[in-house]
Design a protein around this ligand. Structure first.
Ligand SMILES: [Zn+2]
Length: 367
């Protein structure tokens, strides 16, 4: 994990203190039965830490235990779920299973978190938040759940996978501390919202909501391992496009969300490089400088493809119909477009499809 400060100290095995052999690495004796360590929790205050810090936090009567900063793992990667027992000074005890290292990081709640459950259809969503009204004034949890139902219908349409149980831990921050960031775990997501002050700008509330949907789209997808690794350009652009699409479906006449959608799908914005070349720079040169184009330019690619599919289907088809198929394609061709991908979108017509792929994915300077 990048830039996550460790909160671990006093690592011991069966009561014997262990020596840190490398930064954040301890060597276990072969007969070790139980490893213990202390975690120094940070206090959460609206102007101190944000979700992106991914720290273990102590609130009033509850704790958020953060996997990236506080939970030791066995190396090499164990594929098994590990059992972990959490002890705290007021003797709250909880036994949990840790997802394997290949899964996203885990976040655990302890004590008595202020948790609110929302069940709509097959969707189970919960909010952990100190002041529920601060968020529900803008985003009704039922509409949020409706957006998740939509994800379920477009992603799970081919089989009977269960919709995941999702949880959002909301942290209120002051406007000047606000940054659009979140941290997505296996099923728990940390996000921040701006503490309502005078005349709050609705965008401060809806931008985080779009971010939450983006991460939850990933969480939905993570329950599906059918098609192997996907390039980032594909995963990120689709997560962002569907976050926007789902938010507008749930709030059809919301001015702030409509404005956000228009900004992000501005088809006139200049294009200097194709997304496949950006992906190549990441994979071969570890150059992440243009990563954000996956969200901006990628969203515009899908907006245009979606509109074209809708047009050829006279309003009866759109991107939703081919989405499960896209996730079945193996992008084993590296930085080229697999023929199956063109095949899947062939309803658009060869000429128009080639033009949109050239414009956004191949770019003006490549063939
Ligand atoms: Zn993402």
């Amino acid at each position: 994990m990048m830039n996550v400060a460790s909160q671990v100290r006093d690592v011991a095995c069966d009561g014997q203190k262990l020596v840190e052999v490398n930064l954040g690495a301890w060597s276990l004796p072969s007969d070790c039965t139980e490893v213990t360590w202390h975690v120094d929790a940070a206090k959460f205050g609206p102007s101190d830490l944000g979700p992106a810090d991914q720290q273990t936090l102590v609130m009033d009567g509850w704790w958020l235990l953060s996997g990236p900063s506080s939970i030791l793992r066995l190396a090499p990667d164990n594929k098994e779920f590990l059992r972990i027992r959490l002890n705290s000074s007021n003797s709250t005890q909880k036994v949990s299973l840790l997802p394997p290292l290949s899964a996203p990081p885990g976040y655990f709640l302890m004590g008595n978190p202020p948790e609110h459950n929302i069940n709509v259809g097959e969707v189970s969503l919960s909010y952990v938040i100190e002041d529920l009204s601060a968020v529900t004034a803008f985003v009704e949890p039922e509409r949020h759940a409706a957006a998740l139902q939509y994800f379920g219908s477009v992603l799970n349409s081919t089989d009977e996978r269960q919709a995941p149980k999702l949880r959002v831990v909301w942290f209120g921050v002051h406007k000047d501390k606000h940054e659009l960031s979140g941290a997505a775990g296996y099923d728990t997501l940390l996000a921040n919202y701006v503490i309502p002050e005078q005349n709050p700008d609705p965008e401060y509330f809806y931008r985080p909501f779009v971010l939450v949907l983006h991460e939850q789209f990933h969480q939905f997808q993570k329950t599906d391992h059918s098609a192997g690794p996907r390039p980032e350009w594909l995963g990120e652009s689709l997560a962002q496009y569907y976050a926007l699409k789902a938010s507008l479906k749930s709030f059809p006449s919301n001015d702030a969300l409509t404005a956000i959608y228009r900004q992000e799908t501005d088809l006139d914005a200049e294009i200097t490089i194709g997304l496949l070349e950006v992906q190549r720079q990441i994979d071969t040169d570890k150059n992440y400088e243009r990563y954000s184009l996956f969200y901006s330019q990628g969203v515009r690619f899908w907006a245009e493809v979606d509109r074209m599919l809708n047009e050829v289907g006279s309003g009866n088809t759109d991107l939703d119909d081919v989405l499960p198929g896209i996730f079945q394609i193996s992008f084993r061709y590296g930085h080229k477009i697999p023929p199956e991908f063109r095949e899947l979108l062939s309803a658009i017509g060869e000429e128009k499809l080639n033009a949109v792929i050239k414009k956004y994915l191949i770019g003006p300077n490549d063939q």
